[in-house]
Unconditional design. Structure first.
Length: 327
C-alpha cells in the first residue's frame, strides 16, 4: 500500500485528500519506484482545477525521484536498486510508491541528491527545451537579449543560470524587488519588477529600442500582449504556461504589424515523447548541474500530507526557486 494525494473532483487545494492505494507489480515497459522526494509544479494546479482535465479520481504530480524497486519486461535502462528521477505523464508522483511507464525515468547520477532531482527534472528539462530547442528563426547567439517572465521561480532560476552559461543577456521579470535580486544573483543580466515598472518600456530601454529576440512566457493572460510588444522583428514568443489564466483568442493578423512575429505554444511532454529524446535532454541537464554552472535552489519543503498549503503558497506566488514534497 502507498499513501498518495488524490482528487475526486476539480477545485481548490481543499479537494486534495490523503488516500491509501494498492501498488502492484510493474507490467511490460513499466517500473515501480519508491519516492524519496516529489516535485511541485504549476501544472499540478492546472490539473487540480480542471484547466488541464484528466480522468477522475486522479493522483496528482508529474515529477519525482527515488529508488527503483522492480522493473517490468522489456525495461533495460533501469534495474532494481537504481537511483532514478523523472518528469512526465501520467500523473501520480504525489505518492510514496507508484508504478509508471519507464520511458521518461532516467538513472540519477550519484552526485545529485534525491530532493535536488525532484526539484529539477520538470523545471530543468523545461529550461533545456526552451533555451536549446525553442529558438527564434534567426537563432540565438552569445550576447543576444531574451526576456524570461517569472525569473525567480523554479524554471526561471534554472533558465537564468543556463542563459548566462550560453552567453545570453537574459532580462528577467518578477513581482518584487527581492525576487528581482534573486534573479540577478542567479545570472539574469537585468531584472524588472513588473509590480512597479512597465516592463515593455524597460525592455526597450535596455535593448536601445530594438527589443528582444525571444520572450519565454509562463504567465499567460496578464503578459501576452505586452510580451509581443517586447519583440524585435521576426522575434519569437514562446508561451509555456498560464499562471495568470489562459491567453484569450486573438487575431493572427496582430503579429504582422508588430514585426512579422512568431508565436508558439510549447509543452514539455512533446519534447520527451520518446525514451531517446528524454535521455538526451536529461543528459544535458545532468551535465550542466554536475558542472556547477546551474545550481538547483530548493526554497520550500513540505510533508506530502501538507500539499494543500504548498499549493496555496504556489498560487499566491509566495514561493521562489523549486519546491519539493517529502513522502
Amino acid at each position: 500500500m502507498s499513501k498518495a494525494i488524490q482528487i475526486q473532483q476539480y477545485g481548490g487545494p481543499e479537494v486534495m485528500q490523503v488516500v491509501d492505494l494498492e501498488v502492484g507489480a510493474p507490467g511490460a515497459g513499466e517500473v515501480r519506484i519508491r519516492h524519496h522526494a516529489c516535485g511541485l509544479n504549476f501544472i499540478d494546479v492546472y490539473q487540480r482545477t480542471g484547466l488541464y482535465p484528466n480522468p477522475l479520481p486522479l493522483t496528482l504530480g508529474l515529477e519525482g525521484a527515488g529508488v527503483i524497486e522492480a522493473v517490468g519486461a522489456g525495461v533495460t535502462h533501469l534495474a532494481a536498486g537504481d537511483r532514478a528521477a523523472y518528469a512526465g505523464n501520467p500523473p501520480g508522483a504525489y505518492s510514496e510508491v507508484r508504478v509508471m511507464p519507464a520511458k521518461t525515468v532516467c538513472r540519477l547520477p550519484d552526485g545529485i541528491a534525491f530532493d535536488t532531482a525532484a526539484g529539477m527534472m520538470l523545471k530543468g528539462l523545461t529550461a533545456q527545451y526552451l533555451l536549446k530547442r525553442t529558438l527564434p528563426v534567426e537563432g540565438l547567439q552569445a550576447g543576444d537579449f531574451v526576456l524570461f517572465h517569472a525569473a525567480a521561480g523554479g524554471v526561471g532560476l534554472i533558465a537564468c543560470q543556463w542563459a548566462r552559461a550560453l552567453g545570453l543577456q537574459l532580462i528577467g521579470t518578477a513581482g518584487s524587488a527581492a525576487k528581482c535580486a534573486l534573479a540577478l544573483e542567479h545570472g539574469a543580466a537585468h531584472a524588472i519588477d513588473y509590480s512597479q515598472e512597465d516592463f515593455v518600456a524597460r525592455v526597450k530601454a535596455i535593448t536601445a529600442g530594438k527589443g528582444v529576440k525571444a520572450v519565454y512566457d509562463s504567465i499567460g493572460q496578464d503578459t501576452f500582449e505586452a510580451s509581443l510588444d517586447c519583440l524585435r522583428p521576426f522575434g519569437l514568443l514562446a508561451s509555456f504556461g498560464n499562471a495568470s489564466g489562459p491567453v484569450a483568442p486573438f487575431a493572427p493578423g496582430l503579429l504582422g504589424p508588430k514585426g512579422s512575429l512568431y508565436l508558439t505554444r510549447q509543452t514539455l511532454f512533446t519534447h520527451i515523447a520518446t525514451r531517446e529524446a528524454t535521455q538526451a535532454m536529461a543528459d544535458e541537464l545532468f551535465a550542466v548541474v554536475g558542472s556547477g554552472a546551474v545550481k538547483i535552489r530548493i526554497d520550500q519543503r513540505y510533508a506530502l500530507a501538507d500539499v494543500a498549503q504548498a499549493h496555496r503558497d504556489l498560487e499566491a506566488r509566495k514561493t521562489t526557486g523549486s519546491t519539493v514534497l517529502m513522502p
